[in-house]
Design a protein. Sequence first.
Length: 136
Amino acid sequence: MLECQCDELLSELTNLRAGGRRQPHRIAGGGGGVGKAEAARAPSSSCPPPAFPYAEGSGPASVYWEWFRRALATRLRAAAATSSAGPDAVLKEPTAAGVCRTCADVFGLRLSEAEVAHLHSAPVSAEWLRGVLAAA
C-alpha cells in the first residue's frame, strides 16, 4: 500500500465532510488563492532562494538561469496568447514587481512563489525582458 506523502486535498475534503466551510486551496508553490496585491510582493520566506546567484555566460549558474529565462518566456507568451495584450505588455513596468503585476492584472497569470523569487534575484529591466521574450 502506498503511503500518502503529500496532503493536497484530503484535509480539505475531510473538513467539508465535517460541515466546515470551503476555503481557498493554497499550495506551497504559490499561485492559487493569492490576491493581485500579494502577487507583486516580494517572495515569502517559505520559498527557498534560487539555487544560484544570477549569471549569464557559461557555467552551471548561467545554465540554470537560461532555463529560467526560457521557462518564463514560454509562460509569458502562453498567457499573452489568451489575453488581448501581447507579451510586450510586461515592458510597460519593467521591474520584478511590475512583471508580477502585469501577469496578474493583464494576463490573468499567477506566478508561483519560486518564479517571483527568481524575478527578484534577476536584473529585471526593459532590456532584460526583451532578451527573455526573444529567446527561443
